[in-house]
Design a binder for this molecule. Sequence first.
Ligand code: ATP
Length: 907
Amino acid sequence: MTAPVSLETNAHHGIPGHEVVLLLETDPHRGLSGDEAARRAQRFGPNVLPAQRGAGLLVRILRQFHHPLIYVLLVAGAVTALLGEYVDSVVIFAVVVVNAVVGFIQESRAEAALQSLRALVHTDAKVVRDGRERVIASEELVPGDLVLVEAGDKVPADIRLLREVELRVDESALTGESVPVVKDEVVLPDATPVADRRNMAHSGTLVTAGSGAGVVVATGAETEIGEIHRLVGAATTLATPLTEKLGYFSKLLTVGILALAALTFAVGLLRRQDAVETFTAAIALAVAAIPEGLPAAVTITLAIGVSRMAKRRAVIRRLPAVETLGSTTVICADKTGTLTENQMTVREIWTPDETVHVTGSGYAPDGELLTEGGLPAPVTSNAALRWSLLAGAACNDAALTHEGEHWGIVGDPTEAAMLVVAAKAGLTSEHTGDSLPRIGAISFSSERQYMATLHRSGDGHVALVKGAVERMLELCSDQMCSDESVQPVDAAAVLHAAEQLAAEGLRVLATGVRRSADLREFTEDALPGTVTLTGLQAMLDPPRSAATPAVTACHTAGIAVKMITGDHASTASAIAGAVGVLDTGPTTGRAVLTGAELADLLPEDMPDAVEHASVFARVSPEQKLRLVEALQDKGHVVAMTGDGVNDAPALRQANIGVAMGRSGTEVAKDAADMVLTDDDFATIEAAVEEGRGVFDNLTKFITWTLPTNVGQALVIVTAIALGAALPILPTQILWINMTTAVALGLMLAFEPKEAGVMTRPPRDPGQPLLTGALVSRILLVSGLLVAGAWWLFEWELTNGATLPEARTAAMNMFVVVQAFYLFSCRSLTHSVWRIGFFTNRWLIFGVVTQAVAQLLITYLPVMNTVFQTAPLDFGGWLRIFAIAVVVSVVVGAEKWLRARMNLRKGV
Ligand code: ATP
């Protein structure tokens, strides 16, 4: 039986750390045993938040009725019932219900799709179990686990801290307070509110600085955030700027239509027409003119876009990003890991007296160090080389792993490469760890640009340092010769050597040593001017194979690609050249700018300089924010990548913040709009392509749906103006609008992207959804529908058809024309012959479904009664299809003419 772990108290902040350890039956250094963790996992379940409760089912269904259009329909249904037209009234109410159900189902599916995406972005947790540090999925954490956190991590459970070093945590997810809270281990009074529990780190909060270790005291639903989650049930929002704009548009439309309908009714009464008939006409006008399917179609199209992007490894965290992606004009990408593989191999080591080449590739320590003459390099006789290798291996937090033949790494690839080259020279980490035990460290950060460690060596201490060359030259006063003597550092020679290596695209790190290091002097302030430079290690990080074609595709699509890196300008330029970032043609300004040059720019010169440059080297994370702002000043829509804690402000400021799913910190993912699960630049390009496709599909739906509404409304208005019988009745209009929107229109959301999406410039975000060309097409089709409806209606009546028969013909004409026109809308510029009839199977399925529905409403007696329709003869169908063919030919001709005109204008 499991030992009863006491979780009785939830006031772990009020007990000393060692008592919490006892209470939870764990070990403050070795953590739980694997077996015990497995037992507790059984008992406490996975560390996941409970499913969100959200709004209740009833509330969500009722919400579907909360639309101005539905109010109109409900009133219309009620008045129709009062007038004794019960069948009509039932049809109207049925439509309202069907509409609500369809809306509800679609909304739920879209929400579920968005929710499931969350699972794609994993959160890992670092734990100590059986005395060994390991990384596990955060779901596997159990109470009692010893967890380690450091800057950039998301706290994976509620933790009572046992140890910490300068730990700062952003608790805004929990308390709303965005200033990071300083943590410590002191015991607090029981009554301390959650926001002031300094000795606890709560699940879901973000570590912004320092590191710490603590015991898990609550997981999943039992955590503080779990509690809030249960109470609030944060709902996924499906709103985007576009849906909001459309919502506003449809409200305006409803008001306008109601006014028009009221006017119609009043005119009818003044003309002493039959009140019931006039009222029916007014209702017909109202239901005809409102595009019922629009909101659902927009949501569905966006949701389909999101899942298509997820398939291409881009996970959207905020829905508006789907729209914005289509208008992106600049992508600012990190070099390391995004444009390159982030697989480092040391190729050359420069020491003041000689240069050594390194053979072998990957992380396997198989290879040799060779002199320029091709002989084995003298690791024992060249002291500088030996110390450089030692610094690389011991001033290092990475580790090599191997299973069978396969060598892998844990930690930073730059550091792993230095371990590998040391191992190739026979210096393994066990070796260095034994002879040089580490007793202190100044950790690497992008701002500091170096890392230093202090080691015990014999009776004394030695400090080992590695970092960016320019930074290391600030720390070094002298350099080491091969016989271990020192001479003043020749900065010019070092910089020249570094420059030459960087020009080959190699990443260069300098190494140094301070042999008589004193414990008290091992501080950041005391280091400058005290270190001896030992050498330069140059490593290759090959460009990703997909990067070059993706960069070219972006250029063709009118999107500028800029590389942002902490690396040296020459390394950055060489890689930028290799992947095509520098291929943007003649620029007026400088193509490569460094962080120092950026800092010197006058604020007013910044936007132009930034717009012209393609490579930004030695840039600090703070400068990324200024880069985004400068580009936005020039009117750009900016996508910016980032992975570190300090990248968060730039990610938030960018129009699309892009975080790295693999190497990125939780803080960066939290700030981002999109997460790349493979960290690859090509994925951003793929997401942009999908974003453009989504926007096209929305435009196609609107271009397709509006002519029916305008056409139907015009038919009613003309009937009233002429004092003639209505060619289609309100219930028939509702039938057309509801069935075609679901069976035909929605299928456009599944439309594959057109071939040319990435050969045209980005969409101007200010540009209206419907361009002049599309508005004129909508008017053209509406006009054809009105003419067709009247001609057919009159022809049937004059040739002996009854009123229901003539109306059935007119109604079917609307649907058939819509089905034909649907194929035309599959491309806004090309003819359907060019894109192929069967490339969207869903559409074929939709057309068949619609055909069956039309046969039912035309021939099924009960439908005839309900919708006041009547069976049609073969001649009727022939006339209907003839009209549809005419409309298609006219629309085809219009498309062709416009394409030719555009060609001539060079558009
Ligand atoms: P990117 O922004 O493209 O990811 P990066 O990884 O080169 O660029 P940083 O990680 O900020 O940027 O590194 C800046 C510089 O600091 C590097 O060019 C290198 O010289 C040095 N550096 C990188 N990693 C380490 C490390 N682990 N220890 C010491 N110095 C390092």
